[in-house]
Structure formats: structure tokens, C-alpha cells
Design a protein around this ligand. Structure first.
Ligand code: ADP
Ligand code: MG
Length: 237
């Protein structure tokens, strides 16, 4: 398992060459759909943060990502943008079911990133649902979960659907996001996470983000990522 470089050269590819988008500083310079660009502009996002500059050129090419950057560095957009673009390019529609699962350690964090998804994704037609414990009646949720394109969830609730919801189907999954992976593991979701990942199609893009690089994050990366791009960004502050 290669150690993370202290500071990943922004946009540098495996062979040492640079992505054509490596020098981009603004979202408007990236090859994004107009719907995503409009969503970003409407939410007033213009300049990329370091982790966004480092990871988006790779993630937009369909690569798996292991991104490590401290809290507050802008990891949310580093996965929400590739998720929207992946489904958009696949012409994902209402009939296509679950195309993306975004996993978050807590209900609160799931709720926050759901808001970002709704705001930046507002011009896309994707349906998205927040599947977290406690808040909503799980039986009502079970009737609708197969109609959602993007699931934002905590591991416990997702596993509950996998175990209990009749015909729950994620066989066409395009992207799996593991956000705040270090915290997902900290709060004791390791078993749930392994059980979930074992039930997902292997042919998918996986984006794993974490504030820290721990042994258990590396184990998770080994289990869930395919030939990933390792991006460690430590912003000067
Ligand atoms: P992390 O997940 O790394 O802790 P977040 O994605 O939650 O960070 O972002 C932290 C804050 O930075 C949020 O308030 C978010 O709106 C803001 N932010 C993220 N990306 C940008 C950007 N490109 N330009 C301006 N603000 C941003
Ligand atoms: Mg975050």
C-alpha cells in the first residue's frame, strides 16, 4: 500500500503527465454539464479548493479515488460533482433506479451533504433520498427506495433496506461514495460497511474521502477501491 505523498502534484497522472484539466482553478474550466455548472454558479461556488483541484480531474475520468484532506477542505463537492456527471453522462432517468449510494457516518452529516446535493444538483432531474435512522417511518421509505436515483444514507439504515426491503435493487449502481470514511469506521460501522460492499456490484466507481489516513481506512480502501488514485492534500492554514 503506497504511502500518501505529502502534497500530491495537482492533476498529475500516473505516467507523470498532467491531466488537461490539471491547471484549472475554477469550476467553470472543467468539462462539466451545463446543469452542474449552473448549479455551482447558483450556489456561488467559483474557485476550487485544493482537494477539489486534485481529485476532480481524476474522478471525472471515472477513476476510483482515495482522497485525504482535513475537515473543512471541501471534500463534499469533490464527490457530488462526479456523481452528478456520471449519472448525467449515463443519461440516468427516473426508471433507472438506484445509480449512486453516498454513505455518511452520522445523520447530521448525511443531512448536510444532502442539502449540498440538492442545491448543486437542482438543475438535474435526479431523484434523491435521505435514508437515515430514526427520522422517518422505514415502512413508507421501503415503498419508495427503489425509485430513487441517489441514496444518501448512514450504513445502518442502508443495510436495513438491503435486509428487509422487498426487491431492493442496486444492481445497476454506478458510483459508491464513502464520505468521512475514518469516522464511519470510528463509530463502529465496519461490519455494516463490509456487509453492504459485499452486496454491491463490483463494476462501479468508488470515491472514498477521509480527513485522516488510518490503518482501518487503508483496509477499507483495499476492500472497496480498484486501482485508485491516492490524493493527499494538506492545505496550509
Ligand atoms: P469537508 O467535507 O472537507 O469537511 P465541506 O465539503 O463540508 O468540507 O466544505 C467546507 C465548507 O467549505 C462548506 O461551507 C462549503 O460550502 C465550503 N466550500 C467547499 N468548496 C468550496 C468552494 N470551492 N468555494 C467556496 N466554498 C467552498
Ligand atoms: Mg465532509
Amino acid at each position: 500500500f503506497p504511502p500518501l505523498p505529502e502534497k500530491a502534484p495537482v492533476g498529475q497522472l500516473r505516467d507523470g503527465s498532467f491531466s488537461p484539466y490539471a491547471g484549472c482553478l475554477k469550476f467553470s474550466q472543467l468539462p462539466l454539464s451545463k446543469k452542474t455548472k449552473d448549479g455551482l454558479a447558483k450556489a456561488n461556488y467559483k474557485d476550487m479548493t485544493d482537494i477539489q483541484r486534485a481529485s476532480l480531474p481524476h474522478a471525472l475520468c471515472g477513476r476510483d479515488i482515495l482522497g485525504a484532506a482535513k475537515t473543512g477542505s471541501g471534500k463534499t463537492l469533490a464527490f457530488i460533482i462526479p456523481v452528478l456527471e456520471k449519472l448525467y453522462r449515463a443519461r440516468w432517468g427516473p426508471q433507472d433506479g438506484v445509480g449512486c449510494i453516498i454513505m455518511s457516518p452520522t445523520r447530521e452529516l448525511a443531512g448536510q451533504l444532502f442539502e449540498v446535493l440538492k442545491s448543486v444538483g437542482k438543475y438535474h432531474g435526479f431523484s434523491a433520498g435521505l435514508l437515515i435512522g430514526g427520522r422517518k417511518d422505514v415502512d413508507t421509505e421501503k415503498e419508495h427506495v427503489n425509485d430513487l436515483n441517489i441514496l444518501v444514507c448512514t450504513p445502518g439504515r442502508l443495510l436495513q433496506h438491503m435486509d428487509e426491503t422487498p426487491n431492493f435493487n442496486c444492481s445497476e449502481l454506478q458510483v459508491l461514495v464513502l464520505d468521512e470514511a475514518d469516522r464511519i469506521l470510528d463509530v463502529g460501522f465496519k461490519r455494516d460497511l463490509n456487509a453492504i460492499i459485499s452486496q454491491l456490484p463490483k463494476q462501479r466507481q468508488t470515491l472514498l474521502f477521509s480527513a485522516t489516513q488510518t490503518k482501518s481506512v487503508q483496509d477499507l480502501a483495499r476492500l472497496s477501491l480498484k486501482d485508485p488514485e491516492y490524493l493527499g492534500v494538506h492545505e496550509e492554514s
